[in-house]
Structures are given as structure tokens and as C-alpha cells.
Design a protein around this ligand. Structure first.
Ligand code: GDG
Length: 457
């Protein structure tokens, strides 16, 4: 069997697994069982490395490079997270662009190619992940790497009218032609990508999934990412019965728990969610004292100015909700920005009567799937899910809301809290079957089978 080489911006330290917030690392940790995982160590130094440091843990070789502080600021904070992230989440107003950041983005991709190419063996299958590394495939090809190389984008893709805003956008698209397979999360992302390739490069897209360009045939496909649902379900049972789970239950004093878990990110719709909860409390005094909303919003990308702004806004909003509705013995909204261990989170999901997942845009959203997986089949909770999360295509039995509409969030919360057991069970059963089948392993297999024409396994 060919060796799998994963490449992502960030590679977790083996000791870190399960502690940090973040969908990509969570999903890839579940999808990798051997091979090599290459990327940034998370450390900064004087210069960006072009030679990797390697460590082995549980059958996986972790090969990492450090970034220079200047590259971290221009490639990671700058072009990746202040230009591409807002663009691909339809937030053109938050987008910034500096040409030197774009050049640093190319330089770091070139440094990654320099450090990775000597580690590659002829039969390796290389799988590059996410928007930080779009040009990497082309740079590996320049170094003579002829292996199968696939690329998967974890975030949404925008239509041509939005994509047109990014300077050098055509060059980025062009670099996708170096890959054998480009995967996105949903059919609508695929449609948008195909439209951009047609409009900006004039590449014909045949059968909706095949594009000719860059001298090779690059296939395109939608591969919705999944989770290890059975593993997460087991973790949830343990987590709910753990000391932390018991502490949470006792602290709730029989109140129904509404649970939100997100990286602290403006794409996740948190201010609207807080407003929606506040509107519920304003409209429905019968819920006072009877419910508690716990929002875990683990801080991320602290160095990006827009993330500092959203953090200040949420601090203010959380204080306002509690000031307005709280009493001496009831804190309606508990807001936590420290990361919580994964097993504890799983247990909290199981205890929660409502899972509140309302991103303004999300490639997939794994939290929605984790919440479903964590439920007790005999007494499942209700998932409230944004219509703009990729996960909604697989989970239409959730209470689907427009996350911009604060009243709709309040109404969905009220409906969820009142939903009879029969209806909860019927909705959950269908979602659980899909979450279980569309697992992380199924996602990996389907992508890699397409990349290698079924020859890898
Ligand atoms: C990107 C795309 C796509 C959250 N807080 C804590 C914690 N988490 C975990 C969750 C979940 C993960 O982080 C978040 O995943 P999401 O999918 O919800 O979101 P992104 O981080 O934005 O992920 C997304 C994903 O990639 C995969 O393709 O679904 O659309 O944006 O697993 O449980 N984990 C721990 N402590 C926390 O406090 N341990």
C-alpha cells in the first residue's frame, strides 16, 4: 500500500491531540493511522526552515518546519487569514490585501515544497489541505515531484462575482491545475469553483467534475468531511459520566442545557446567537430559571485584528445578557474562551438538550455532527443548524435557521426546548444514521480512491 503524506498548515504536536480547537486537525487526526504528516510546527524563529524536524508517534511521522516571525505575520495572519479566510466566507468587507503578504504566502509555500520534497518517496500519495497551501502542488511539481497529489479545501468556495475581488486570484486558481484531484466540501462549493475556473481561466469543465488545465487533467469533486461517530459516541458516554460531566450536571440544577462550541471566529455567527438567546429570554419568561446556555468559544487567531474585535464584542454581549436576565442564583449564559478537552466536550454535548450551531458560513461544521453523535438514543437532544453550514445537506432533520435572523434563532430555541420525545427521536435517528455512515474514514477513503483510481488500498 502506498504511503500517505498529509500536508497542512499546522501539524499538531502528538501531545496536543484532543486539546486544541479546530476542525482540520480534529478531522485529520481521525483520518490518519500511519504515514507522514508535514507542516508548520506552530513555532516561530529567526528564519523559515527549509529542512523539517521529524518525530514519530503511534505509527505517524510528524515532520515540521518553523516559520520566521515575519512570515507568520504576512503568510498566516496576513494573506491566509486576513485575505483568503474572509473572502472564502463571503465577508468581503473584512478582507484586507497587501501585495507583500501575497508574496510571503508564495515564499512560505515554496519553503514547504523545499522541505517536503526530499522526504517524498516515488510511490507516496500526497494530500495537501486547505487555503494556506493552494500553490504548494505547483511548487512540488517544479521540483520534479511526479507523485499523485490531491488538494482538499475545508472552507467554502465563493462564486465568481465574489472571487473577482482577490488580486492574483487567477494565478491561485491556475495553481490548482498542478493537482490530480481538487476536493471541496459540497456540491455548491464545487459549482462555484467550476464557475470560477471557467470564468477566470477559460478552462472547460466536463461532466461537472473534470477540468483541463496546466497541461494535465485535474479532477474536481465534492467530498463532505465526516467524523469518527462511533468513537465520539463512546467518548460522550464516558465524558458525561466523568467528574467534569457530573460537575456540569450538578451545576445545572436540572435546568435544560443549550450548548454551543466553536472556535472564536466571526464566521461562526456568535453575536447573533447571543442576540437570539437574549430575544428568547425577552419573549418567553416561562424559560427563565429553567435553561442555561453554555458557549465554549476557544480563542483562535488572536493576532488577527478582526478576531480581537469579535472577542471584545462577545465579552460585552455576554455581560449584557447576564446583567439583564440573570438573578442571584441563575446565570443564563456561561461563556468560556478557554479550550475544553475533547472528551469533556463530548460529555457536555450528551448532557445538552439543544445543540446550537449557527455559523454565518461554514465549509462543513464538525460540531453539528459531533453533537448528533453524542446523543442518547433514548432521549436525544435537538440540533439547531444554520442553513449556511455545509453540514445542513446531510442533516436536514435539524431545526434549520437563517443565522442572520435573530427572531428565527429565538423561535427555534423555543421549539427545541418544547419538542416532544417522539419527534426528537425521529429527527435524531435519521441524522445519526448519516453521521455514522459518512465517517472520517469514509471521507478519506473516498477522496484517496478517486485520487488513485482505487489503486492505493
Ligand atoms: C474547518 C472549517 C470544517 C472547538 N472548541 C474546542 C474544540 N473544538 C473542536 C470541535 C470541532 C472543531 O474544533 C471545530 O471544527 P469545525 O468544523 O466546527 O470548524 P473549523 O475549526 O472552522 O474547521 C469547517 C472543518 O475545517 C473540517 O473540514 O468542518 O467548516 O471551517 O471538532 O469539537 N475542541 C477542543 N476544545 C475546545 O474548546 N478539544
Amino acid at each position: 500500500m502506498a504511503r500517505l503524506v498529509l500536508v497542512s498548515n499546522r501539524v499538531p504536536s502528538p501531545a496536543d491531540r484532543g486539546v486544541r480547537a479546530g476542525g482540520l486537525v480534529a478531522a485529520l487526526s481521525e483520518a490518519i493511522s500511519g504515514g507522514l504528516w508535514f507542516g508548520w510546527s506552530g513555532q516561530t524563529g529567526d528564519a523559515t526552515d527549509t529542512t523539517a524536524t521529524q518525530r514519530r508517534s503511534r505509527g505517524v511521522t510528524y515532520a515540521t518546519v518553523d516559520l520566521s516571525q515575519a512570515d507568520y505575520e504576512r503568510y498566516y495572519v496576513g494573506f491566509s487569514n486576513s485575505t483568503l479566510w474572509p473572502l472564502l466566507h463571503y465577508r468581503l468587507g473584512l478582507m484586507e490585501f497587501e501585495r507583500e503578504q501575497y508574496y510571503a504566502y508564495l515564499d512560505v509555500n515554496r519553503a514547504f515544497a523545499a522541505a517536503l520534497s526530499p522526504l517524498l518517496q516515488p510511490d507516496d500519495v500526497v494530500w495537501v489541505h486547505d487555503y494556506h497551501l493552494i500553490p504548494l502542488g505547483g511548487m512540488l511539481r517544479e521540483k520534479g515531484i511526479a507523485n499523485r497529489i490531491g488538494f482538499f479545501l475545508h472552507v467554502p468556495f465563493v462564486p465568481p462575482s465574489a472571487y473577482a475581488v482577490v488580486p492574483n486570484g487567477a494565478a491561485l486558481l491556475q495553481s490548482l491545475g498542478a493537482y490530480d484531484l481538487v476536493g471541496v466540501q459540497t456540491q455548491s462549493d464545487l459549482q462555484n469553483l467550476a464557475d470560477c475556473l471557467r470564468e477566470f481561466l477559460g478552462w472547460p469543465v466536463e461532466d461537472g467534475n473534470c477540468v483541463l488545465g496546466g497541461g494535465r487533467t485535474t479532477r474536481l469533486g465534492a467530498f463532505p468531511i465526516g467524523i469518527d461517530a462511533t468513537g465520539f459516541a463512546e467518548m460522550a458516554v464516558e465524558g458525561a459520566n466523568s467528574a467534569e460531566g457530573k460537575r456540569l450536571r450538578e451545576s445545572l440544577a436540572r435546568r435544560a442545557l443549550i450548548m454551543g462550541v466553536d472556535r472564536l471566529d466571526y464566521s461562526k455567527g456568535l453575536p447573533n446567537r447571543f442576540h437570539g438567546y437574549s430575544r428568547l429570554l425577552a419573549r418567553c419568561p416561562e424559560h427563565h430559571q429553567r435553561i442555561t446556555y453554555v458557549q465554549v468559544a476557544a480563542r483562535s487567531r488572536d493576532d488577527v485584528p478582526q478576531y480581537q474585535a469579535i472577542r471584545r464584542e462577545l465579552d460585552r454581549l455576554a455581560g449584557r445578557v447576564n446583567g439583564r436576565f440573570g438573578t442571584i442564583d441563575w446565570v443564563p449564559l456561561r461563556y468560556v474562551t478557554r479550550p475544553v478537552p475533547r472528551a469533556t466536550l463530548a460529555g457536555f454535548f450528551r448532557v445538552a438538550r439543544v445543540g446550537l450551531v449557527t455559523p454565518l458560513r461554514d465549509g462543513m461544521n464538525l460540531v453539528a455532527k459531533e453533537y448528533v453523535a453524542a446523543q442518547d438514543a433514548d432521549d436525544p437532544g435537538v440540533l439547531i443548524l444554520s442553513r449556511f453550514a455545509g453540514a445542513v445537506h446531510e442533516l436536514p432533520e435539524a431545526l434549520v435557521v437563517n443565522p442572520i435572523d435573530v427572531d428565527e434563532i429565538a423561535e427555534a430555541l423555543d421549539a427545541a426546548l418544547r419538542m416532544p420525545l417522539d419527534e426528537r427521536k425521529a429527527r435524531w435517528q435519521r441524522m445519526w444514521e448519516r453521521v455514522r455512515t459518512d465517517s472520517a474514514v469514509a471521507w478519506r477513503r473516498s477522496f484517496l480512491d478517486t485520487l488513485t483510481d482505487g489503486r492505493r488500498n
